[in-house]
Design a protein around this ligand. Structure first.
Ligand code: ARG
Length: 465
């Protein structure tokens, strides 16, 4: 069919074919070919249902299904020729089916439209993306749990405002990311539960007069139930928006870890060393080990947030039901799926391979008067001072230490006694970083015993899920 002849699919009322620019702006095959598996599965389920309901003959349905199986094999083998003239995956597949099985192919499109077809294809694709994301998050969590367990007792400075605040354990820090990733996983599940309705059979927008069985196709395609409203079925892209929202939040979490890895791996911090496998060298400065993978993970929210805003903007203000605008739902989602998968894999790899410099972490934890709160707590506990007053006394201790260039734990007892004569030898037990973290046994606190308990909790929970 040459470019200017009318289209086989709707050519009945068209005298000529599309302008080349029209074809270019209209075609989605270059990216929606990624939906071929879902498209073929949807068509098979539809054909079988049509036969079951006596809308097409069993022989025709068999021919259709066999043809579709052949097409899938062709696409997988790379021998299928995709054509822009045929616009999208749906028409590319249908046209090839006609070549393979003849007129029976024309019966497949009974009681459906590309509107419900693309809705079900895309929904199944997003379902797969959620499931894959869930699995990848599981790997990431497993890597974090291993590090957390290995470093339940490794003391590092905890920060607020990126200023040394209180000593914490590196294991506890890793577990903070476990919490985030686990919430990301549960967001996947929430969204999957909402997505679990099949739009196939809504037809163009109003349903159909053919006696179709939507429960049958829903079940065949792994959905619990058909969607309840045909208009919504062909207009809804919430599931894609939810994927992008979940992806944006997850990518944001990963970017925070990535940023920490960038900071920690500077020679100034020296808390961690990335493996050679996740570092790059400089072509000019031989001493450098650059955390490129971490930087790229840090950057991924750029495109993932972009995809979310892009689809929100495409959908905003669209009147019901289907408009071609909605064809713009795919490319950026696909990109977000790939970007996030890669970012997660890189984050998992970096965490697994990370070498922790325990000495540097411990040393830094002792800097910056990180145990000042422990001193204040001691004054409250042992001397009965109100916390506000204890805070003041401790402030004076810090100031004295600062003036003499000492750590809190290096201040002589008589100096401490000058602040409050009741301060005794026992104070030194709370000024060390190990004592500090060991004391933080409140639920959710950083103590090594808590870290071990939380690691066990998560392992058990993940195994049960
Ligand atoms: N390629 C289209 C899309 O992705 C398929 C649906 C086309 N429907 C239509 N009425 N033109 O949205």
């Amino acid at each position: 069919m040459s470019q200017k002849t009318s289209n086989e699919m709707w050519g009945g009322r068209f005298a000529s074919g599309p302008d080349a620019i029209m074809e270019e702006i209209n075609a989605s095959i270059d990216f929606d070919k990624r939906l071929y598996r879902e498209d073929i599965a949807g068509s098979k389920a539809h054909a079988e249902m049509l036969a079951h309901r006596g809308i097409v003959t069993a022989e025709d349905a068999e021919r259709i299904v066999a043809g579709l199986t052949e097409i899938e094999a062709e696409i997988e083998a790379g021998t299928f020729t995709f054509s822009r003239r045929l616009e999208d995956i749906h028409m590319n597949v249908e046209q090839r089916l006609a070549e393979l099985i003849g007129p029976a192919a024309g019966r497949l499109h009974t009681a459906r439209s590309r509107n419900d077809q693309v809705a079900v294809d895309f929904r199944m694709h997003v379902r797969g993306a959620f499931t894959a994301l869930e699995a990848k998050l599981g790997d990431f969590i497993a890597a974090l749990l291993d590090k957390a367990e290995a470093h339940a007792e490794t003391v590092m400075p905890g920060f607020t405002h990126l200023q040394v605040a209180q000593p914490v354990t590196f294991g506890h820090h890793c577990l903070a990311y476990v919490e985030m990733a686990a919430r990301d996983r549960s967001r996947c599940r929430d969204a999957l539960a909402r997505l679990d309705e099949c739009p196939l059979g809504a037809a163009a927008l109003a349903g159909t007069g053919f006696p179709i069985d939507r429960h049958m196709t829903a079940a065949a395609l792994g959905f619990s139930t058909p969607t309840r409203n045909s208009l919504d079925s062909v207009s809804d892209r919430d599931f894609a928006l939810e994927f992008l929202s979940v992806a944006a939040i997850c990518a944001t979490h990963l970017s925070r870890l990535a940023e920490e890895i960038v900071i920690w791996s500077t020679p100034q911090f020296g808390f961690v060393r990335l493996s050679d496998a996740f570092s790059t060298g400089s072509s000019i400065m031989p001493q450098k080990r650059n955390p490129d993978a971490a930087e790229l993970v840090r950057a991924k929210p750029g495109r993932i947030n972009g995809a979310l805003i892009s689809l929100l903007t495409v959908m905003k203000g669209l009147p019901l039901t289907y408009s071609k605008d909605m064809q713009e739902d795919k490319e950026q989602l696909f990109d977000a799926v790939d970007s996030l998968a890669l970012a997660l894999a890189a984050a998992t790899g970096m965490v697994r391979d990370l070498t922790v410099n325990e000495t540097a972490m411990r040393k830094a934890a002792g800097h910056g008067y990180a145990t000042a709160t422990d001193l204040a707590d001691y004054l409250v506990r042992e001397l009965g001072l109100p916390f506000r007053e204890a805070h003041h006394v401790t402030g004076r201790a810090v100031s004295l230490a600062e003036k003499s260039g000492l750590g809190l734990e290096d201040l002589p007892l008589d100096v401490l006694k000058s602040l409050d004569a009741r301060i005794g030898e026992g104070v030194y037990a709370v000024l060390g970083v190990d004592a500090s973290v060991a004391s933080r046994t409140s639920f959710g606190g950083t103590a090594p015993e808590n870290v071990r308990r939380q690691v066990a909790y998560w392992r058990q929970r993940l195994a049960a899920e």
